[in-house]
Design a protein around this ligand. Structure first.
Ligand code: SF4
Length: 644
C-alpha cells in the first residue's frame, strides 16, 4: 500500500448502511485508493457483514481496506490493514493476530506516542487533529510544530487527520504528511468527484509528486508507485517482485502520466496474458459514435488494452474522447495519424514532424505507441535480397519502408531514436517496437527479414532501457503452428526478456471469415510458450472493418486463447476458474455454469433454445446424461432411463 500523495478516506456513520456504500463507491470510482471503515458501536455480526460488503467494493476498485480498531473483523474479512487508536488493541497483539503482511496504523498526538508506535511496529501513523473536526468534537488539536517534529522523528508514512479541507491545507502541512485523511469534506459534499479533485489539487500543490520519469525509472529507484500497487494486487504478486521485473524490463505497466482514467495493467513475465482490441475511424467507415460504442463494448468485455488505429482525417477528437473514457490502456500507431494530421503526402512528412506526432499523442495521454524503428536500411536490404510471397503486410512498416525508399533516407524513428526515447520518457509512453517484417503468410514466417528485424529490435530495446523507457516487442503475424514455440524463445532471447505482443499468430491462411479461430489457436500456443499480450483477431480480418458483433466474437476468442495460455504457463491459480466450472457441471448447477461462463449470454441462450426432457440434464443425452446417472448411481439410487 502506498500512502504518498494519496487521499485516505474514513467512513462516515449513516443510519442507512446503503447510503455509505453508495457514497463510498462514488469516491472509490474517483480515485480513492485507501479506505478506512470505522463503526465502533455496532455488534460483531452486523459489523462483520458490513465489512464483507465494503471489502467487495474495495476489491472492485483495487482500493486498500483498513478496518478501524477491530482486529478480529480485519482478520475475518481479509482487510489490508487495521488502524488502532490509543485505547485499542496493542500493536504487538494485533501483529501477532494479523501477521507480517497486514498494515497496522496507529494514532499519535505527540512525538513520544509516535516513537513508541513506530518501535512497536506500526506501519504508518495517523497524526492529528490538525484542525477542529466536525465529526470528532472532543478531538484534541495539535500544533503544526508537533506534526513537523513527528515527521522528523519517525521514518514511516504520516497521515494527517482532523478537520482537513481544501481551504485549510497549507504548504507546511502538505510537506509534512504523506497522505491526508478526510471524512466530511467528501461525504458531505454535493459533488464527490469535484470534492476529491479539489482536495487532491490543494494537497499535491507544491509537493514533489513525480520524482521519477517512468514506471521503470521508479522501480530502479526503489519507488513503489500507485500503479505498481494496483497491478501487484490484481496479479496476486508481491509488489517488490513486480517492481524488480519492471526494473529489469521483463514487465511493463503502460500508463501515461496524462491518462487520468486508466486502471493500470501489467504486461509481461509471470503475469496474466492480456488482450488488445483494435478499433478506430477510417476513410471508408467514418463513424465516431460507432467506434466509441466499440470502446464501451471492449471495456465491458474485459479487454485490457485498446489500440486506436484511426487513419483518416483529424483523429484527435476521437483519440481524446477515447482516452477520457477508457480505463483500458490506450495504444496508437502515430505514423498512421501523421498523414491526416499534416494533410500531407507521406513522402513530404519530415523526420521532425513524425516525432512531433508522437509528442502530440504523448500529451494526449496515449499509454503505448507502435513504432516501426526496426525496418532500418539493413533490414530493408535483407528484405530486398530475400523475396517473400506477401512482401510487407504491416501497415505502419510498409509506410516506413515506402518513406525510406521515396526519400532515399534512413528510417526517421531509427535515425532519431534517442529523441523519440526522450519523448517517451517525458510522458511515460511505453514503446511497442513494431515488426514491419511481420509475416503475412505462413510461407514467409521465421525468414531472414523477420529474424533480422528482431535482432535490431533487441538492440533498440537495450537503448530504450538505458533511458528508462518501457518496451514491448511486437511479433507475428501468420505462422505455422509448429514454428510458434521457437519464435517465442527467439524473441525472449534476442530482445532480452522484453514482453512479447503477438498479432495472432494465424496458424493457417485459408479461413477468411474464421480468422478469430485461426488467431485463437495460434494465440493460445504462443501464450503457453511465453507470449505476454495477444492482439485480437475478428472474423472480419482480411475482409472489412469489424462490426460490433465481429468484435465480440474476436474478444471472446482471444480471451479464451489468453486463458488457455495462462494454464499452459502454469500461472498460480490459473486453473481455479476451470475447476469451479467443472464442479458446477458435476453438480449440474446450471445457474452457476452460466455465471462462470466466459460468455454467459450465449451459454444461456443455447440452453434455453433446446429444453431437455430431464431438467437436470441437457438435450444432448437427455436421461442418458452421464453426469446425472453417475451422481445417482454413486449415491446408491436407480437411474430410470426408460421410465419417468
Ligand atoms: S446431457 Fe450429456 S452433454 Fe448434457 S450435461 Fe449431461 S452428459 Fe453433459
Amino acid at each position: 500500500m502506498k500512502f504518498e500523495n494519496e487521499l485516505y478516506l474514513i467512513s462516515k456513520q449513516y443510519p442507512d448502511f446503503n447510503i455509505l456504500l453508495e457514497k463510498t463507491e462514488q469516491a472509490l470510482r474517483e480515485g480513492i485508493y485507501i479506505f478506512q471503515y470505522r463503526s465502533k458501536e455496532k455488534n460483531k455480526d452486523l459489523l462483520h457483514n458490513e465489512a464483507i460488503k465494503i471489502k467487495e467494493l474495495c476489491d472492485k476498485y483495487n482500493a486498500s481496506l483498513i478496518i478501524n480498531d477491530r482486529v478480529d473483523i480485519a482478520k475475518e474479512v481479509g482487510a489490508d490493514g487495521v488502524h488502532l487508536g490509543q485505547d485499542d488493541t496493542s500493536i504487538k497483539e494485533a501483529r501477532d493476530i494479523l501477521g507480517e503482511d497486514v498494515i497496522i496504523g496507529a494514532t499519535a498526538k505527540t512525538v513520544e506516542d509516535a516513537v513508541r508506535c513506530y518501535e512497536e511496529g506500526a506501519d504508518y501513523l495517523g497524526v492529528g487533529a490538525l484542525f477542529p473536526s466536525p465529526t470528532k468534537l472532543d478531538a484534541v488539536q495539535i500544533k503544526l510544530k508537533t506534526l513537523i517534529d513527528i515527521k522528523n522523528a519517525v521514518p514511516i508514512p504520516i497521515v494527517g487527520i482532523g478537520g482537513i479541507t481544501a481551504e485549510n491545507l497549507s504548504k507546511e502541512i502538505n510537506e509534512n504528511v504523506d497522505s491526508i485523511a478526510v471524512i466530511s469534506e467528501i461525504y458531505d459534499s454535493k459533488n464527490i468527484k469535484d470534492a476529491i479533485k479539489k482536495l487532491k489539487d490543494a494537497f499535491l500543490k507544491g509537493r514533489n509528486t513525480m520524482n521519477y520519469t517512468t514506471q521503470m525509472d521508479a522501480a530502479r529507484k526503489g519507488i513503489i508507485t500507485k500503479e505498481m500497487e494496483i497491478v501487484a494486487k490484481k496479479e496476486n504478486m508481491d509488489v517488490n517482485v513486480l517492481a524488480d521485473k519492471i526494473a529489469k524490463g521483463t514487465v511493463v505497466i503502460p500508463a501515461n502520466k496524462n491518462h487520468k482514467s486508466i486502471d493500470p495493467e501489467g504486461v509481461g513475465d509471470g503475469l496474466r496474458t492480456k488482450i488488445n482490441v483494435n478499433l478506430g475511424i477510417s476513410k471508408d467507415s467514418y463513424d465516431i459514435d460507432r467506434e466509441l460504442e466499440k470502446v464501451k463494448v471492449a471495456i465491458d468485455m474485459k479487454a485490457e488494452s485498446i489500440m486506436d488505429l484511426s487513419n483518416y482525417g483529424k483523429t484527435e477528437e476521437f483519440r481524446k474522447k477515447l482516452i477520457d473514457m477508457s480505463s483500458a490502456m490506450i495504444g496508437t500507431v502515430p505514423v498512421y495519424d501523421a498523414l491526416g494530421f499534416y494533410d500531407k503526402e507521406l513522402k513530404d512528412i519530415t523526420e521532425k514532424e513524425f516525432l512531433d506526432v508522437v509528442e502530440k499523442h504523448g500529451k494526449d495521454g496515449v499509454d503505448f505507441v507502435t513504432i516501426h524503428a526496426g525496418i532500418n536500411r539493413e533490414t530493408a536490404n535483407t528484405f530486398r535480397r530475400n523475396p517473400r510471397l506477401m512482401n510487407l503486410v504491416s501497415r505502419g512498416g510498409s509506410l516506413m519502408f515506402a518513406w525510406m525508399q521515396l526519400n532515399k533516407k534512413e528510417n526517421p524513428f531509427y535515425e532519431h531514436y534517442d529523441e523519440l526515447l526522450d519523448i517517451c520518457a517525458k510522458y511515460d509512453i511505453t514503446i511497442s517496437l513494431g515488426d514491419a517484417c511481420r509475416p503475412g503468410a505462413i510461407a514467409d514466417s521465421t525468414d531472414a527479414s523477420q529474424i533480422k528485424e528482431l535482432i535490431v529490435l533487441g538492440e533498440l530495446t537495450k537503448r530504450a532501457w538505458a533511458k528508462n523507457v518501457q518496451v514491448i516487442i511486437e511479433g507475428p503475424g501468420h505462422m505455422a503452428i509448429n514454428e510458434i514455440e521457437a519464435n517465442m524463445l527467439l524473441e525472449k532471447k534476442l530482445c532480452h526478456g522484453a514482453p512479447f505482443y503477438v498479432l495472432g499468430p494465424l496458424v493457417t491462411d485459408i479461413a477468411p471469415g474464421y480468422d478469430h479461430i485461426t488467431g485463437a489457436i495460434g494465440g493460445a500456443v504462443a501464450a503457453a510458450s511465453g507470449a505476454d499480450f495477444l492482439c485480437y483477431v475478428t472474423p472480419a480480418e482480411h475482409l472489412r472493418l469489424p462490426s460490433i458483433d465481429d468484435m465480440k466474437e474476436g474478444i471472446i476468442a482471444t480471451r479464451i486463447a489468453a486463458h488457455a495460455g495462462d494454464i499452459g504457463k502454469k500461472l498460480p491459480n490459473s486453473r481455479a476458474w476451470d475447476n469451479s466450472m467443472s464442479y458446477a457441471r458435476q453438480q449440474l448447477d446450471w445457474n452457476k455454469m452460466f455465471e462462470l461462463a466466459m460468455d454467459p449470454v450465449k451459454a444461456k441462450k443455447y440452453r434455453e433454445s433446446s429444453k431437455p426432457e430431464d431438467e437436470n440434464s441437457c438435450s444432448m443425452c437427455g436421461k442418458m446424461c452421464a453426469v446425472r446417472n453417475l451422481n445417482k448411481v454413486l449415491n446408491g439410487e436407480d437411474i430410470n432411463i426408460l421410465r419417468d
